[in-house]
Design a protein around this ligand. Sequence first.
Ligand code: MIG
Length: 798
Amino acid sequence: MEPAKEEESSVQDEAVDKSNFKNCNHIAFYRRQKLLHPGKFLYQALLDSVTLCNDSVKLQIINEKNKENQEDLGLWQEEFGSFLDIKANGPSSIGLDFSLHGCEHVYGIPEHAETLLLKNTSDNDAYRLFNLDVYGHKIQDKMGIYGSVPFLLAHKPNRTAGIFWLNSSETLVEINTKAVMEHVPSRSPPDITKQRVVPQTDVHWMSESGIIDVFLLMGPTPFDIFKQYAQLTGTQALPPLFSLGYHQCRWNYEDEQDVKAVDAGFDEHDIPYDVIWLDIEHTEGKRYFTWDKKKFQNPKRMQELLKRKKRKLVVIIDPHIKVDPMYTLYSQAKKNGYFVKDRKGQDFEGICWPGSSSYLDFTNPEVREWYADQFAFKSYKGSTDILFVWNDMNEPSVFKGAELTMQRDAVHHGNWEHREVHNLYGFYQQMATAEGLIKRSRGQNRPFVLTRSFFAGSQKYGAVWTGDNVAEWSYLKISIPMLLTISIAGISFCGADVGGFIGDPEPELLVRWYQAGAYQPFFRGHANIESKRREPWLFGDENTRIIREAIRERYTLLPYLYSLFYRAHTTAEPVMRPLWVEFPKEQETFGVEDEYMLGNALLVHPVIEQEATTVNVLLPGSDEVWYDLRRFRRLDYPGTLKIPVTLESIPVFQRGGSVVPLKTTVGRSTEWMTDISYELRVALDSKDFAVGELYLDDEHSFQYLHKKQFLHRKFTFHKNVFSSSCADEIGQYHTKCVVERVLILGVQKQPTSVTASLQGKRDGKDKEVVFTYDAKTSTLTLEKLLLNVGDDWKIHIK
Ligand code: MIG
């Protein structure tokens, strides 16, 4: 049954109201935590003197309970509006202090709409890790939003260290950087003691419940830290290639006609895209796994159309289940006892989009298995193999709930209170969803699942986005540090809604947001139900052209991006990285958050100021050479440069010493591009050297893993020879794809001849290569190469 109109509007009003609730019992919680923690455990992480045989140590100290202090801070019972948290196990709290010697730069602990560099906290102002649905969340704010990763990184020039606080209850982190005196041992006469001032950062973790389970990661390099953290939580799942293309979403694409028209719009305007998305209105009264029969009469037909165009569909599937005995999902879950329970042992009921709803208990493995089975084609009517999934509202969001989430005294499988597992709820939904998609393909195909709520390890199951941002310049700006923080906390596949979810972006902001998003890992345009339509062609020819260019640039870059994801998957290197990760000794990079590295080769400085005519770009490293990616101009004097920009500019720079693989042209979606040839962009460093790599496979299945069907190639420029060789002998994959063009940036003089030869083959005779040399930009272009990307070959430049 369709919910009555009135009921729907009251649900929506509630949503509008939600901002009033946000994070408001935080202060009581904070005071309580401090009270329960008068004596701090002090763990001195003497990071330079501790030697460990393993990469990490694990400490466990039992939960402390303190019955003595009776000051009423809601220790034994806590009211929140009309809700009562009965605290059946009494008050509890755990905490630990760490002193990081010599460190004044700390990062991590997403998700906050805050700076990259963590700030000092003052009273009542700790970083909060508590997953909440905060519509139009504030920025420059330490309050908790949708996801939490309790992982902090500390960095100084010679060492990076990490603290992983494995706790899924509400957690607060206090940060305090100060200068301390240090005695320096000296060889001069004993009575002269030398002292010097050194920085120190104290980090105080407090959690509402659970045990202390903490891992100290010793680095010493940033990349060691990423590996050590991945040993504990897993690496980024390798996404199917289509999911690195452009995604077109809105709340809502109304019906099958609308989907068809938007899809056709991309072709008409010659803009590549891979996926169209359906939000909650596509369902029968917000009953997930169903279709609104009037709007989507024939979902299979719609998907067949998309499939013929080599595109995909993503639909939303939220964790709340409408209380409706006629709804099979509900009645089955009810019968099997698969919902989270309230204190009295009844199914927990809260209000969400469908009205009264119960919440699947994803912490229960049996529930996850059952849920995964719902994605089987025969269970999920109208679904096909091009349908993928978006998990929203999984903090979980409960309208009219305390802080818009589930009561802490609700009870999960195994008698765990919700407070213990709160920050894990969304993690488990995404896990079950990803497993469902794998299962429905009999283990053949990689899933794609986007989640709003996340925890440490969510990288194993797909992508995350930053939720309900606003169509304002300040939100575009903060998306960069937010995504960088999520990335260094292990989750490479992340993005922010392009355009800003709430409100209506002016055309200039929309254009700038597309340009920024084109160089970020997850690239999706999305808009609120109340926002005006904003498909990329609705803002005049000129803006359409510039957005088209940005999206096309993204598509030519996909070989590089996909190779970076392979690295993230195999060696835990974040795709999008703060400058300090690549330049750990360059102090001036430590606080930079308006630009970043995409892999180790590209430095991206999106334009995030209105009406900008210039941007100040820091090109770090005293020995580095940088090249303007579009104009090939060599920038020999690193430092801060003032770069002129127009509305078309996306300031991106290639680092000397790198090779970036690109596609020579684009297609209508990634699947149209499989056979398109490659261009290799070689940027020489000050020693005329460059190295880079390319990963490729069938772009969608697990054959790369089970049958080692992949190619991992290495490209080296050394002593005027550019060579292609195998980077991993284990991988085998047949491709017709060729390298057609090689651009070498930074070639000092015009060569007299260029020849290419195949290696290890009998017919490996030298062939003349067509080349042109541009003295103005020192760029050597080799054309019509037609060298198979899987072959070993050498190009000699004389
Ligand atoms: O509270 O499903 O962040 O992307 O379009 C609104 C409707 C519920 C919140 C998500 C947003 C999505 C919207 N959802």
